[in-house]
Design a protein around this ligand. Structure first.
Ligand code: ZN
Length: 211
């Protein structure tokens, strides 16, 4: 069974959300310097690269990352290819077969940014509109995946998209690279680090072809 790695590579030069901590990868011990092993100190924000938003990210009483239901993070997921749409809005999703799916992932032109190696943050990414977020929340979906660093349009206040999703206990999987993935159904595996009381965590996300 083919496995598609839909994760971004964590590096000091990767794109990070404006104002979030930059990634620092500090080599603390090196075999090449006479140490017995290689050890690295990592510094990064909890919403770095391909990552999971726990409801607690935007909801003070929401579930924290170490207590998410792992059943939501492993299982069948449908990738909808929205082509070059500049928004994940009602026009794009109202006719999609979303009802009854626990996990939905939206592929947009954002993925081409990752494929082309773009290394600067853009505010012009395709994001989920607040109307679309409410629509999705009303369909029983438990996880929403997107291919830029946030489900929500840049600068939007008061974060209606995040609240419509996380406020309904829906987990957001952000920062996916879907460039090499075609529309269809897969098995998703995306597990966050078990950070005590965490609001989010980087994750290694993969899609496995169904047999
Ligand atoms: Zn996030």
């Amino acid at each position: 069974m083919k496995i598609f790695d839909i994760s971004l590579t964590i590096s000091e030069s990767m794109v990070v959300w404006p104002g979030d901590p930059k990634v620092a990868i500090n080599r603390k011990r090196r075999i090449s310097a006479g140490d017995s092993c290689n050890v690295t100190q990592l510094e990064m924000g909890s919403h770095t690269g391909t990552h999971i938003d726990a409801p607690y990210h935007f909801e003070e009483d929401g579930a924290k990352i170490d207590r998410l239901d792992l059943n939501t993070l492993v299982g069948k997921a449908y990738v909808f290819d929205l082509g070059d749409a500049n928004e994940i809005g009602m026009d794009q999703i109202k006719n999609l077969d979303i009802g009854g799916r626990e996990r939905v992932i939206f592929k947009t032109s954002n993925s081409e940014r990752w494929k082309s190696g773009e290394q600067t943050f853009t505010k012009e990414y395709a994001a989920v509109s607040s109307e679309a977020a409410r629509f999705i929340a009303g369909r029983g979906v438990k996880l929403v995946g997107v291919d830029y660093l946030s489900v929500e349009k840049y600068g939007s206040k008061p974060h209606d998209t995040h609240h419509a999703l996380l406020g309904n206990g829906i987990i957001a999987l952000e920062g996916l690279n879907l460039a090499d993935v075609a529309q269809g159904e897969y098995e998703l595996i995306a597990l966050p680090l078990k950070i005590k009381d965490g609001d989010g965590s980087p994750a290694r996300a993969v899609l496995r072809e169904l047999t």
